[in-house]
Design a protein. Structure first.
Length: 161
């Protein structure tokens, strides 16, 4: 897909994130001199073409008071991973949940879910509640706690040399 000048302006206007206002697409559109519908339509086209991978809210859990963040990892039957992933992903403490391939002899877990709590104990309690919810479908699990805060950034355009 060939990017237009409008595409470049749109990406430049949104690369630091959407404005935190009730109608962010309209605010971006005002900067670009078009309507909010045009911004939404073009972003949808860029998503469909794979130029933009996703548009998502990325909360800063630490600033919200959640100092204990742990990636819970689960060993469940591959035939049940989609159903169980939906079940885990619907839990209030889970911000995102996804499937990953196993690595034979190295890594047995195939389902991941990020848990957030105020303390490590709270996160471990959440993991145990999920384990109880999964019952015998859960063969093993663990929680990997964050040791550093990583700066999350989205798309960045480089200036042509």
């Amino acid at each position: 897909m060939k990017l237009t000048e409008f595409d470049r302006q749109l990406m430049a206007a949104t690369q630091a994130g959407l404005p935190l206002v009730p109608r962010p697409y309209d605010t971006v559109a005002a900067l670009l001199g078009c309507g909010g519908a045009r911004v939404r339509e073009r972003l949808a086209e860029l998503l469909a073409a794979g130029v933009v991978r996703r548009i998502a809210a990325v909360p800063n859990h630490y600033r919200l008071g959640y100092a204990a963040n742990g990636m819970s990892v689960w060993d469940v039957q591959d035939e049940q991973v989609d159903r169980l992933g939906e079940l885990i992903g619907s839990q209030p403490a889970v911000s995102h949940c996804y499937r990953r391939p196993r690595k034979a002899g190295v890594w047995r877990y195939n389902l991941f879910a990020m848990l957030h709590g105020h303390t490590r104990e709270e996160v471990l309690e959440q993991a145990e509640a999920i384990a109880a919810l999964l019952g015998p479908a859960c063969r093993a699990h663990d929680v990997l706690f964050s040791s550093a805060i990583l700066k999350k950034t989205g798309l960045r355009l480089r200036q042509a040399i």
